[in-house]
Design a protein. Structure first.
Length: 54
């Protein structure tokens, strides 16, 4: 198992990635110690996560 902070995470939001509906995902992206390498959401394809949730 990798030590904390070295794991890589992919967030699967499937149409629910916005500031109000994806509170846990936003928290992991903003404050988590592990690296989020991708967010998968068909409604925001091609956008940067910070452009969607600020």
């Amino acid at each position: 198992m990798r030590p904390r902070g070295e794991r890589q995470i992919i967030v699967l939001a499937d149409g629910g990635f916005d500031l109000l509906e994806a509170k846990t995902a936003v928290g992991v992206i903003r404050y988590g110690i592990d690296r989020v390498v991708a967010v998968v959401d068909q409604t925001h394809a091609g956008k940067h996560a910070s452009d969607v949730v600020g």
